[in-house]
Ligand binder design. Structure first.
Ligand SMILES: *Cc1c(COP(=O)(O)O)cnc(C)c1O
Length: 425
């Protein structure tokens, strides 16, 4: 798989280099040079998740990794399912929260960890990642205890849910967590600064596990196929997929699935009040504003990292951005939606609810809707219980960590302090 840097096309890397490097020169994102459609989608749809994902990823990565290697990476990473559940007659939920940290980020995080473990000559690696809540947990758990890999996670202090924090800030070992006195965008900016620091990069073998890493994106392509495989012929005919979006990795993966030949009719980019993309798609200039804290905190992103990849894909495929649906929800509307969904017998959380709400507004006659449920409701226990006025079930993965002590360090938005810590690891 050859990839080029979107901002500096002269930089070209293969898949392994792209995974190890994360980001290209000048903070440019890597993008696949060719996206050849898959030959036999129908045959793929008949396979199980691991076999089908092996075929898809092998096709994308090419002969750089043998099919056996890809199969072993996939079987170690995708150890849980992604069921489609019916919510209304024409709307279904794709539940992506059945992994160890109860969010879709387990797919990408675990795939990336298994990739790095399978690359022979990796040497010492330091993973530096910014998280708006769920990436941190997925990456921490995926890399926990791995030899030669240190993981450092920056997150906005007080802006992620208490249980989200407990899930990854209680591990210790090769996992260091830092609560930054700022927003997710501040954390993300410091990660980018670290990547621009050549001396630091060399000294610690810097890598990022953010959704800027191509391995995470390609892993996420697989569950769009998995969802499709679970739908019947009629549902597949005019499928509209609504994606709750923050950094826009998930939507990028969905669009890549379509580029590979999965016949999804259209997508909806659903956001909270951090609506840079909806405003842009409505014709405004690209103007990220100050990030606003919302109920759907994993989407509190105003300068989405993956957007350049989406623009590049539309350009390469000759698609028009006017075909991309969009919408945004306020916290008040999100609460109303959660209550309405609960009445239908489906317990959701704020992120999934935003995507569902856009389907109810935008689905047309004859279309079937699918929305991504990106996290388990229990990860947002406090807000969900308050909104629904009742207690909800907490799965063992979370309950077992709730009483452990937080091990995080605190820091202001000051790159030099983060740098010092990284150098001292
Ligand atoms: C990360 C995350 C999102 C946003 O996904 P992107 O790929 O960054 O757009 C949505 N919901 C939840 C629960 C998340 O953890």
């Amino acid at each position: 798989m050859n990839l080029y840097n979107i901002t500096d096309n002269s930089e070209q890397v293969n898949f392994q280099q792209a995974v190890k490097q994360g980001l290209g020169r000048g903070q440019g994102l890597f993008f696949p040079e060719t996206i050849a459609p898959l030959a036999d989608i129908d045959a793929l749809l008949k396979m199980n998740l691991v076999d089908r994902s092996t075929e898809i990823l092998s096709h994308l990565i090419g002969d750089e990794l043998s099919k056996e290697t890809v199969k072993s990476i996939v079987s170690n990473a995708f150890t849980f399912e992604a069921p489609v559940k019916k919510v209304t007659d024409n709307i279904n939920a794709l539940e992506l929260f059945h992994g160890p940290t109860l969010a879709f980020k387990d797919f990408g995080g675990r795939f990336m960890a298994q990739c790095l473990a399978s690359f022979k000559d990796s040497g010492k690696i330091t993973i530096l990642t910014a998280t708006s809540g769920d990436t941190g947990a997925a990456v921490a758990h995926a890399f926990y205890g791995m030899e030669n890999i240190d993981v450092v996670i920056l997150y906005p202090k007080g802006k992620i849910s208490p249980l989200q924090e407990k899930l990854f800030c209680t591990l210790g070992g090769n996992i260091t967590t830092i609560a930054i006195e700022g927003t997710f965008d501040d954390c993300q900016t410091m990660v980018k600064q670290a990547f621009d620091d050549q001396e630091l990069k060399q000294a610690i073998g810097l890598n990022s596990a953010n959704s800027i890493n191509i391995s995470r994106l390609v892993a996420q392509i697989c569950y769009y196929f998995e969802a499709f495989a679970q739908l019947d012929e009629t549902q597949r005919k005019a499928l509209v997929v609504s994606v709750p979006s923050g950094n826009f990795g998930d939507l990028t993966a969905g669009l890549l699935a379509k580029a590979l030949g999965l016949p999804i009719k259209r997508f909806i980019a659903a956001t909270n009040e951090n609506d840079t993309v909806p405003r842009y798609l409505a014709g405004e200039a690209w103007t990220p504003k100050t990030t606003i804290p919302t109920l759907s905190n994993a989407m509190d992103v105003s300068a989405p990292n993956n957007w350049p990849r989406i623009e590049e894909l539309f350009k390469v495929k000759g698609w028009s951005l006017s075909e991309l649906g969009y919408g945004k929800l306020s916290d008040a509307e999100t609460k109303e939606t959660l209550v309405a969904m609960d009445k239908l017998g489906y317990l959701c959380e704020p992120h999934g609810a935003i995507a569902y709400s856009e389907l109810t507004k935008q689905l047309q006659e004859g279309e079937t809707g699918l929305f991504l449920c990106t996290a388990h409701p229990a990860k947002f226990k406090e807000s969900v219980e308050e909104i629904l006025g009742r207690e909800i079930f907490i799965p063992e993965e979370l309950a077992s960590r709730a009483d452990l002590d937080l091990l995080s360090k605190e820091m202001p938005v000051d790159f030099s302090q983060v740098r010092e810590l990284l150098m001292a690891l």
